[in-house]
Design a protein around this ligand. Structure first.
Ligand code: NAP
Ligand code: ZN
Ligand code: ZN
Length: 350
């Protein structure tokens, strides 16, 4: 029996999210049926609802930072049992055989990855719906284990914000003593600070919100720079080995480049709606690099969760009811999140 499931959806660009019924497929032999407990709210959910990237297929049910409990499973399932606490992140399927899938980079599947929402299933005709819903059916290959000891609601944001910041820190070799700058102290930014600090880096936060200074220190940053204050950046030219830019809105990158040391790298993970001009000389003088990083594959996501289990890294969260989602989006647009909203999905069931 296919399941008719309650969710929250936006029916058109910028429309408020409201209750909506969706159908989840019958469990196939490799599938887990997951009762969703918590779902983090990523700024990508908001970009999608607002059609900021001009590629949203409506109605859209966002949500890709999902923690839940396995309630039933198909006959081939071998890695999980009913009752297990599990995570589902951004990726729910891919072709599994192309070189990228084989390398564990499913997000770059050559046949087209299936993301957990607003994405086509591998049949290339069925749209996926995300975690703002009571349950989900996912192939066990794309399901993550949540390490024991982590609070589930605080672990949910690791499934996107965690992997999106862990992956570039690893890929670009973040190590003890490195000077790491994190631009934007939101959901991704605050996990970037915690993760880089846990790797021994000396972390500086660049923020437009002076009110976040104390939090930055508590999260593990050594320095806080209020970027909108005159002269704030003057003493920092040429300082950083790595800068992770998590900003969700279009902004000037050239200043950030001047703050890199020679051969330093600026990594863009924030995905603003519009492009921004780049000054070639800002890169040329100092052999500086600019790179992007897209979430992380399934094996690396499990590695990140295990790392967070070992080092006790989780998100700072504010729990909300599903019914308060539109208010949460408004606050997110005002940079008023400390530091991730997480939906208590029980509020949708009750
Ligand atoms: P978020 O919680 O809203 O944080 C974004 C932060 O950016 C804000 O808290 C604010 O920090 C800063 N900011 C906002 N507007 C700004 C402006 N005009 N100028 C300078 N700074 C500004 O969002 P998030 O969930 O962390 O996501 C951040 C971005 O990453 C989004 O664009 C999202 O779509 C993208 N993302 C990318 C990937 C990937 O795979 N690459 C994965 C997930 C998300 P301050 O108050 O400290 O200034
Ligand atoms: Zn996300
Ligand atoms: Zn593939």
């Amino acid at each position: 029996m296919t399941m008719n499931v309650l969710s929250y959806a936006a029916q058109s660009a910028k429309a408020p999210l409201a209750p909506y019924r969706i159908v989840r497929r019958d469990a196939r032999p490799d599938d887990l049926v997951i009762d969703i407990l918590y779902c983090g709210i990523c700024h990508s959910d908001l970009h999608k609802v607002n059609n900021d990237w001009r590629n949203t297929n409506f109605p859209v049910v966002p949500g890709h930072e999902i923690v839940g409990r396995v309630v039933s499973h198909g006959s081939n399932v071998s890695r999980f049992r009913d009752g297990d606490l599990v995570g589902v992140g951004c990726i729910v399927d891919s072709c599994r055989v192309c070189p990228e899938c084989r390398a564990g980079h499913e997000m770059f599947c050559e046949k087209g990855v299936t993301f957990s929402f607003d994405s086509l299933e591998q049949d290339k005709k069925t749209w996926t719906y995300g975690g703002y819903s009571t349950s989900m059916v996912v192939d066990e290959r794309y399901v993550l284990r949540i390490p024991k000891g982590l609070d589930l609601e605080r672990a949910a944001p690791l499934l996107c914000a965690g992997i999106t910041t862990y992956s570039p820190l690893r890929q670009f070799g973040c190590k003890a003593g490195d000077q790491v700058a994190v631009v934007g102290l939101g959901g991704l930014g605050h996990l970037a600070v915690k993760l880089a600090a846990s790797m021994g880096a000396d972390v500086t936060v660049f923020s437009t919100s002076r009110g976040k200074e104390e939090d930055a220190a508590r999260l593990g940053a050594k320095r806080f720079v209020a970027t909108r204050e005159p002269g704030a950046l003057d003493a920092l030219a040429g300082k950083f080995d790595l800068t992770i830019d998590t900003v969700s809105a279009t902004h000037d990158l050239n200043k950030e480049i001047t703050l890199l040391r020679n051969f330093g790298t600026l990594i863009l993970v924030g995905a603003p709606p519009a492009p921004t001009p780049l000054e070639a000389f800002a890169l040329i003088f100092g052999d500086k690099r600019i790179a992007g990083s897209n979430i992380g594959g399934i094996p690396e996501t499990q590695e990140m969760l295990d790392y967070c289990g070992k080092h006790g890294v989780t998100a700072d969260v504010e729990m909300i009811k599903m019914q308060d989602i539109n208010k949460a989006y408004e606050r997110m647009l005002r940079n008023d999140v400390k530091y991730r909203f997480v939906i208590d999905v029980a509020s949708l069931k009750g």
